[in-house]
Design a protein around this ligand. Sequence first.
Ligand code: NOJ
Length: 801
Amino acid sequence: MHLHRRFYFRSRIAHVFLIALLAQASLVFFSARPAAAQFKTAPFAQPARANSELNDPAIEARVEELLKKMTLEEKVGQLVQYSAGQPTGPGTGRTDYADMLSKGEIGALFNIVTAKETNAFQRIAVEKSRLHIPLIFGLDVIHGFRTEFPIPLGMSATWDPQLVERAARVAAREASATGIRWTFSPMVDLSRDPRWGRVAEGAGEDPFLGSALARAYVRGYQGPHLNAAESILACPKHYVGYGAAEGGRDYNTTEISEHTLREYYLPPFHAAVDAGAGSIMSAFNSLDGIPASANPFTLKKILRQEWGFRGIVDSDWTSVGELMNHGIANDGATAARKAFQAGVDMDMVSSLYHDHLAQLVRSGQVSEADLDEDVRHVLRVKFALGLFENPYADEKKESSAFLLPEAVSLSGEIAERSFVLLKNDLLPNASPLLPLSNDVKSVALIGPLADDGNMMLGSWGGLGDGHDVITLRAALVKKLGEARVHYAKGSEISAGTDTQIKAAVDAAKNSDVVILALGENGPEMTGEAASRTHLDLPGRQEQLLEAVVATGKPAALIVFSGRPLILPWAFEHVNSVLTAWFPGIQAGPALVRTLFGENNPSGKLTMTWPRSVGQIPIYYNALNTGRPIVQNDKTPFPNGHDEKFVSRYIDESNLPKFPFGFGLSYTSLRYGPTELNKSDLRLDWLREGLANTSSTAPAPLQASANITNAGSRATTETVQLYVRLQGTSVSEPVRALKGFQQVTIAPGETKRVVFSVPAETFAFWNDQNVYGVEPARATIWISPDSTSGTGAQIEIRSKTN
Ligand code: NOJ
C-alpha cells in the first residue's frame, strides 16, 4: 500500500522535480549543535507547560466570537476529517467534499500533496462557506516530505535530539510549502516487539530517550511559532499503548497496568505535550478492554486534567467506527457518542460524527457545551496556526522549497550517524575488514538492496521519490570507478534464482572483498500493517549470503531493515555487520563514507536486538524477577540442579544478541568506573528538586567516569547514564536510562564525562501510582550500553535515619 502511495505521489510531483533541483539555497535554517549536551525529561508529577500559543487570550476571544455565530451543524463540521487523496486505510466511499465544504461540514482534509489542490479545497471553505473557516490540511510526514531522512528508528540511533529537530524542521518547511500544516508525527509509541512493523516509525523501547526525541520532533515541526508560515502542527501518536500490541500483530489488543502505562508508555507523550504539541492521535488498540479511542481515563483524566492539554485529539483512521468491531457499540450513533464523550475531538474518516453528532446533541444524549469545548480545541489551533490570515499556499514557490542543498546534506549527515556497527572482527591479518582501504583493488557488491532507490525510503515515503536517492551502487562506482565494482544483484528481496546466486558467487570470487546489501522491503515489510513472525532475511537472501561467504572472501554485510532481524548465521560467520535501517536519499554516499572510514560509525541501538523470535518481547529495562539468572555469553546454558528453577529458557540464552545502547566504532574505548561526588542523598533534597520544575534547580548529585580512546581514530561516543533502584515500594527495572551525552574523543585521549544527576533520576510511579521519590539504594552506571560498565551505589535516606 505504501509503495502505491509513493508511485502516486511521484507522478503528481514530476513537474516540480526539475525546478527543485535548481532551488536556491539562500536560507540558513539549521541550528548549531552544542559539543556535548545532556538531556533530561520533565518531571511527570507536574502538568505539562501550557503552550502559550494555545493559551492566548487574544485567540480565545476570537474563538468565542466565532463559536457564537456557529450553527449546530457548523460546529459538528469542525470535528469532521476526511482523506481526499490516496487512501492510507479503508475508505468510506465519500467523495462529495466540495459540496460538504461549501456547507461548512468539514474541518480538516488530508492526503492532499500539492499546493494547487490544497488551495482548490481551501478556496471552497474560505470563500463559499458561510463563516469562511479555513481547513487544516494534514499528511503523514514521518521522516521527511520530499527530502527523505532515515526512518525514525534509524534517526533514533543517532541519539541526537538536535539532528532530529533539524530534520523535522526541514520536513515542516517542505510540507508547509504545499499548504500542509499538520503532520501525523511523531510516532512516540514505545515498543518492545520487533515483530510489530511499526517499530520502524518510532524511537525504540526507552521512555527517556523516546521523550527527548519526542520533544525534538515537536520543536522541529512547530518551529519557534505555530503561526510562522513554515511551521506545521505536530501530532504525537498513537495515544496510547499501541506499541504493546499482543504478539506484535498490528492493531491488536493491549493489556498494560496503570503503573506500566505511567512509567513507560506515557512519558514520551507527556514530553511531546509539554513541548507544545498542538494535537494528539488516539490509537486503534483496546487498552485493558477499553478502546483507546473511547477511553476517558487516558483522554480526559490524564491528557486534559493532569497534563492540561489544550489542542486537538484526532482519532486514528476510522478508529471511531471501529468501536463497533471492538464490541463496545452496536451502531454508528453509539460509536460516535462513546468516542465523543471519552474525549475524541475529531473523527478521522469514519464519518460518524458527521452522520450522528448533531442528532445526538438535539436528542440530549450529548451536551452542546461539550460540543462547544471540542470545537474550541479545533478553532484554537486554526487561529494559532494563522490559517485565518494565511489560508493559501504559494503555488509558485512550492517546488523551490524541496531538496535544498542544506536539507540533502543534513539527510546524509543523519544517515551516517544512524548506522550501527554490530560486528567488526579481526581478519587473519589481525586487522578488521572495516574500514576498507581506498586502495582496495576490487569489491563485489551483492544484494537486492544495493541499487534500489525506492527501498531506501522505507515506509511512509511522503513525497519521496526513489529517483532522488543515490544508491550504494551508484556511490561506490563514483568512488572506485565501474571497473573496480563487481555488482551482482544475487536475488530479489522475496525471491531469486540459482542463476542469480551463481552470478553473485562468481562476482565474489573475482573480487578482493565482498559487500552484501541485504534485508527487508522497506515499503512492504515495515511500518503499518507489516507485522512479521519470521524476522529473517526474506526470500533466498540467506542462501545467497551463505553461498557468497563460503567463497572465503572477506565480507561485510549491510542490513537494511525496519527492525532488528534474527540473523544467527550471519553474526557467526560474516566478518563485519553494519545495520543501516533505511537511510533515505543519501543512502549511498553515507554508506560509502562509512565503509571507507571517512565516517566513523557512532550509532547505538535503541531497541534490544534479540537472538531468537522466542525471546520477544525482550527489553533492557526489565524487572529482575524473584528468580533471576546470572548469565553471560560464555555460559549461556547453565547446567545443574540449582540453576534449573530460575527465570530462563531451556533452549536459549536470556541475553539479547546486542543490548539496547550498543554500537561499535572503528576505535576502542575504555570506560573507567562510575564515581559519585556524594555518599548519600537526603529524601527531602530530592523532594525539593522534584517540586522545583525550573531547570535552574541545582542537581543534587554528580556522576562521572573517565573514558579513554585506546584506538587510533577519533570518535563521537554516546555516553549513557543508567540507574537501578532497590528497596522501593514497586519493583524497578534492572537498569533505566536517565541521561546521555555525546562526546568526541581523540585517539589516545582520556575524557572525564560528568553528569548532573537531577532529582527526577530517582523518581518513579510508586505502588499508589503517585510519582515521587522513596528511600532506596541506587546504583548508577556510566556506560557505553545498557549491560556494561562499573556502577556506583548511593543510599537515598529519609531525614530521620
Ligand atoms: C493510520 C495510521 O495508524 C496512522 O499512523 C496514520 O497517521 C493515519 N492512518 C493517517 O494516514
